[in-house]
Design a binder for this molecule. Structure first.
Ligand code: PAF
Length: 290
C-alpha cells in the first residue's frame, strides 16, 4: 500500500526514512482523478527508480480566477480510488497536501513567470495557466527533490514550459516526457474522452488524422501545407478548430518555413469537439538522410 503524506515535513521525513541518499527518487506530479495516461507515467517511473512519489494536488493557481471558478470546484477529487490504483502500480509515497499546506498565506506572492512560452497556444485561451503550473511544479521539485520527474507528452506545452524552467532556473532534475497513449483508432487517450458521444468521437478522429497527414508529409520530404489542413479542419462537422500549428519543440515558436523539414518539429492541435476541448500533438521527423 502506498504511504500517504499530507505535509511537506511528512513527505521529507518519509523520503529520507526510506533509504540511503543514493536511492533514485521519481516524482509524478498529478491533480488526481487518475486514468491510463497517469498509469503509464507511474509505471515508467516505477521501472526506472528506487522510490516513486506521486503528488495529488488540485492546484488553484492554474485555474481561472486562481481557483474561484466552477472548473476548479467541480474538478473530480477521488483520493481513495487514486491511492488504490497507485498502490497497485507500485508507487511508494502519495503526497496529497491540502491547499492550506501548499499555500499557507492563501497564494504565493512570488511566482514563476513563463513569459511567451506560456502565453501562446493553450496559454492564449487560459491566461496565467502555465505560470500557475510552473509555480506549483517548482514547489513540488523543492519539496520532493526528485532525480527524475515524469510528465505526459500529451500536454506538450506543459513539458516545454517545465523543461525551460528546469534549464533557466537550474533545477537538478531530469524531466522525462512519457509518450501519448492512443486508442486503436488514433484518438489520444484523455479523461475528457469519456464525455464524447460516439458521434463526437468519430468527429474527434479528424484531429489525429490531421497530425498523421503532417507526419507523413514531413517524413516524405513534402511541403507540410498546414494551412490547407487547418482549412479542412475548419469545415469538418462537429469540430471547432482553435489552432493547428507546427512549431519548434523547445521554444514552441512557429516554423518559419514549411516547405521541407530540416530538423524535427512538433505539430500541435486544439479544438472543441462536442462538450470538450481536445488537444493532441505529434513529433514530425525530417526525411531520413540517405
Ligand atoms: O498536468 C497536471 O496534472 C498539472 O498541470 C500538474 C503538472 C500536476 C501541475 O499541477
Amino acid at each position: 500500500m502506498a504511504f500517504i503524506t499530507r505535509t511537506a515535513a511528512q513527505l521529507r521525513s518519509e523520503i529520507s526514512r526510506r533509504g540511503p541518499a543514493d536511492n533514485s527518487v521519481a516524482l509524478v506530479p498529478t491533480m488526481g482523478a487518475l486514468h491510463e495516461g497517469h498509469a503509464a507515467l507511474v509505471s515508467q517511473a516505477r521501472e526506472e527508480n528506487d522510490l516513486v512519489v506521486v503528488s495529488i494536488f488540485v492546484n488553484p493557481l492554474q485555474f481561472e480566477n486562481l481557483g474561484d471558478c466552477e472548473d476548479y470546484r467541480n474538478y473530480p477529487r477521488q483520493l481513495d480510488q487514486d491511492v488504490a490504483l497507485l498502490s497497485e502500480l507500485g508507487a511508494d509515497i502519495v503526497f496529497a497536501p491540502d491547499t492550506e499546506a501548499m499555500y499557507p498565506d492563501g497564494q504565493p506572492m512570488v511566482w514563476v513567470r513563463t513569459g511567451r512560452l506560456g502565453d501562446r497556444l493553450e496559454g492564449a485561451s487560459r491566461p496565467g495557466h502555465f505560470d500557475g503550473v510552473a509555480t506549483v511544479v517548482a514547489k513540488l521539485f523543492h519539496l520532493c527533490r526528485p532525480d527524475r520527474a515524469y510528465f505526459g507528452q500529451k500536454d506538450a506545452q506543459q513539458v516545454a514550459v517545465i523543461n525551460r524552467m528546469v534549464a533557466d532556473l537550474d533545477f537538478d532534475v531530469e524531466v522525462v516526457p512519457v509518450p501519448i497513449i492512443r486508442a486503436a483508432d488514433g484518438l489520444a487517450e484523455s479523461s475528457r474522452n469519456q464525455r464524447l458521444s460516439s458521434t463526437d468521437r468519430q468527429h474527434a478522429l479528424a484531429l489525429s488524422q490531421a497530425l498523421f497527414t503532417l507526419r507523413d508529409r514531413a517524413v516524405a520530404g513534402q511541403p507540410l501545407r498546414s494551412g490547407e489542413i487547418s482549412a479542412q479542419l475548419r469545415t469538418t462537422a462537429g469540430v471547432t478548430l482553435d489552432h493547428l500549428e507546427i512549431v519548434d519543440p523547445a521554444t514552441l515558436e512557429p516554423l518559419a518555413d514549411e516547405t521541407a523539414l530540416g530538423r524535427p518539429a512538433l505539430a500541435l492541435v486544439a479544438a472543441q469537439v462536442g462538450p470538450v476541448r481536445l488537444i493532441d500533438n505529434l513529433r514530425l521527423e525530417p526525411p531520413a538522410a540517405s
